[in-house]
Design a protein around this ligand. Structure first.
Ligand code: FAS
Ligand code: PHB
Length: 392
């Protein structure tokens, strides 16, 4: 059996990019279909980002999916950086004329956006398989997939590839039309999510001779910690207590971390990745489908939000006025902001991580860079204005 249907914008992927784009377009009366490979439970349980720029917060408020975020989110007006145990507070609010970030999990954002879409009477087709993208170089693109055992084809005006780094959309673009930029880092992050209260209010990014450590949180009773590890790290060698002990050492050994039940432990690889352009014909790429940043700068989720801000503006202009100017400008506008976030994420990653014995000179230079930043107000201002998020 094969069914046919039509929509204005077919969105592939129900992560933050796809869900937020769907909410923005539906709010403006633009019909969308969202298809998702995983189950709803899987999508809503994914542990990912934790720090929201002002722009991301405002987009969630704009679509009416920010009630729980504004109730439970933790506003952070400062962040700490530590060099060999010496912690320095970066006054984000003071250095940026009043801006701040919010700590609120991507897990919760996805749950809120799913609930918002379903409550508005719109559907999300979960558990699709065999997604294929057709006709993107012509005027009648379509997405076909199997859902509930039935092959379905959705014809549309435009396709938004919001299907992440391992999705199908980027691969639908002829390889000769794409330029890929990639940098793989020689380390990864071992992360834990634990039921325990944070001992300090600020996030703490620490450079130590033993390696990088990040002290973060999700709520007053849920801590999120990371330590630099090998990309092929064996989690079996990291019992919970050892992770807490190691982070304490990397924070300088003077902060006692409360311990609690660890409910998630995983290794996240580190890469910088950009696809240019972020458009091919009737297909637009947004979020991780187009770019990946090392999470040191807390930019991955926020870049996805910025992309869909630009894309929703271009699509809205097209449907309201017929102008394609915003769509034609999308890739360049998005990439200008993507590359600034790539630079910041690379810079934070380089300053804070140990690149191993193979780069002794680089390690000294990056350590000196961090030492300089922590002693210079102009340098801290640069860090602060990038961390809170550059304007759209
Ligand atoms: P996503 O990958 O979130 O969503 C894509 C969706 O498309 C998924 O639900 C997927 O199932 C679906 N999909 C894929 N192929 C499909 C197909 N063929 N058909 C239909 N659906 C398909 N960022 C930070 O800022 N801080 C962090 O600490 C951080 N930690 C991370 C840890 C991990 C392990 C990973 C992988 C990423 C992390 N990120 C972090 C980055 C992350 O937050 C992304 O930037 C964010 O998820 C981007 O959102 P999307 O672009 O929507 O992509
Ligand atoms: C997180 O809490 O998951 C987090 C916070 C800041 C980062 C990366 C991850 O830079």
């Amino acid at each position: 059996m094969h069914t046919q249907s039509a929509t204005k914008v077919a969105i592939v992927g129900a992560g933050p990019a796809g869900l937020l784009l769907g909410a923005l377009l539906e709010q403006r009366g633009i019909d969308t279909v969202i298809i998702e490979r995983q189950t709803r439970a899987h999508v809503e349980a994914r542990l990912r980002a934790g720090v929201l720029e002002q722009g991301t917060q405002n987009l969630l408020r704009e679509v009416g999916a920010a009630e729980r975020m504004d109730r439970d989110g933790l506003v952070h007006t400062s962040v700490e950086l530590a060099l060999d145990g010496e912690r320095v507070k970066i006054d984000l609010q003071g250095l940026t004329g009043g801006k701040a970030v919010m700590v609120y999990g991507q897990t919760q954002i996805v749950q809120d956006l799913v609930a918002h879409r379903l409550a508005s009477g719109r559907d999300i087709l979960f558990e699709v398989s065999d997604t294929t993208i057709d006709g993107i170089s012509g005027a009648s693109p379509s997405v076909s997939f199997v859902h509930g055992g039935v092959r379905k084809t959705v014809s549309c005006d435009y396709i938004a590839g919001c299907d992440g780094f391992h999705g199908a959309c980027r691969g639908a673009i002829p390889a000769e039309k794409l330029t890929v930029f990639e940098k793989i880092y020689p380390f990864a992050w071992l992360g834990i999510l634990a039921h325990c209260a944070p001992p300090a209010e600020d996030l703490i990014y620490a450079r130590h001779e033993r390696g990088f450590g990040l002290y973060s949180m999700r709520s007053p009773v849920l801590a999120r910690h990371y330590i630099q590890c090998r990309p092929d790290e064996n989690l079996a060698e990291w019992p919970d207590e050892k992770v807490f002990d190691e982070l304490e050492l990397r924070l300088g050994g003077r902060t006692t971390l409360p311990r609690g039940e660890v409910i998630d432990k995983s290794v996240t690889p580190m890469r910088s990745f950009v696809t240019e352009p972020m458009r091919y014909g009737r297909l637009f790429l947004a979020g991780d489908a187009a770019h990946i940043v090392p999470p040191t700068g807390a930019k991955g989720l926020n870049l996805a939000a910025g992309d869909v801000h630009y894309l929703s503006e271009g699509l809205t202009d097209f449907y309201r006025t017929g102008s394609e100017a915003g769509l034609d400008a999308y890739s360049d506008r998005a990439l200008a902001r993507v590359w600034k976030a790539q630079r910041f994420s690379w810079w934070m990653t380089s300053m804070l991580h140990d690149f191993g014995p193979g780069d002794a000179f680089g390690n000294r230079v990056y350590r000196a860079e961090l030492d300089y930043v922590l002693s210079s107000q102009p340098a801290m201002t640069t860090l602060a204005e990038n961390y809170v998020g550059l304007p759209y």
